[in-house]
Design a protein around this ligand. Structure first.
Ligand SMILES: [Zn+2]
Ligand SMILES: [Zn+2]
Length: 93
């Protein structure tokens, strides 16, 4: 928990995640939901503080499979839904 990965340019994993705009699911691409648009939790929190898990601010994409990311295919929490989306399914459009 709380680990941060940096590439050679020093970008954090969260910054790199901003280019992973879609989730691949059953051969189709679904646009990932930025922090603040989740339907499964109270979105008001995003007005006041960053995502408690990955640190995304409102309007930023979560790190792939963040605890607070919404599954773009079914609308549930991506960690606990049955779609089977993995971090490697988060891809650039
Ligand atoms: Zn997050
Ligand atoms: Zn799902």
């Amino acid at each position: 928990m709380g680990e941060r990965y940096e590439n050679q340019e020093g970008d954090t994993y969260l910054e790199q995640s901003q280019s992973l705009t879609h989730d691949r699911f059953e051969g189709e691409l679904y646009p990932r939901l930025p922090y603040g648009l989740e339907a499964f939790r109270n979105p008001v929190e995003s007005d006041h503080k960053p995502c408690p898990h990955c640190g995304a601010v409102k309007g930023q994409l979560h790190e792939p499979l963040c605890d607070y990311e919404e599954c773009p295919a079914c609308g549930l929490q991506v960690m606990s839904c049955d779609c089977g989306i993995f971090t490697e399914d988060a891809v650039p459009a």
